[in-house]
Design a protein around this ligand. Structure first.
Ligand SMILES: [Zn+2]
Length: 149
């Protein structure tokens, strides 16, 4: 009979994964083409290249007393799709205003998804955004900030 306690409730992590495809180019506009080539290699090729991005969003929270869910997965999916569908089959650098001033590294794609998801979710629920641009690479953002120096 000791299954539930009135003073505490489980904290559960839930994750939804969705995918999108987009092209981009790594280019630091403050540097010469030669310097960009040294830094980014073929990722700075003038006509760009594409990725099939995988995006995993994890929420951390208490279960709702009525549904026993942290958030209905359908609702989370809806939010995630509303954030990444506008990126699908686009050129990130040319089509997405955020990436006109921010380089389209996968680090920054994860920060972008975090910022957009945060606007849609109840406060404190977003735990982690993980973006993969290839099978071997993944990038995690948890909203942490650090002084530049
Ligand atoms: Zn790339």
């Amino acid at each position: 009979m000791a299954h539930s306690s009135t003073s505490s409730t489980p904290v559960v992590y839930i994750t939804r994964k969705e995918t999108f495809s987009a092209s981009h180019r790594l280019l630091n506009r403050g540097l010469s083409l030669k310097e960009n080539e040294l830094l980014f290699g073929k990722c700075t090729n003038a006509n760009g290249h594409g990725h099939n991005y995988k995006v995993k969003v994890t929420l951390r929270g208490k279960q709702d007393p009525t549904t026993s869910m942290v958030m209905h997965l359908g609702k989370l999916t809806e939010h995630l799709k509303s954030v990444i569908d506008p990126l699908d089959h686009k050129n990130l650098d040319l089509d997405i205003p955020y990436f006109k001033s921010v380089m389209s590294t996968t680090e920054n794609v994860s920060v972008y998804v975090w910022n957009e998801m945060k606007k849609l979710l109840p406060t404190g629920l977003l735990y982690e955004v993980k973006v993969s641009s290839t099978e071997k690479n993944s990038f995690v953002y948890r909203g942490e900030m650090q002084d530049k120096q």
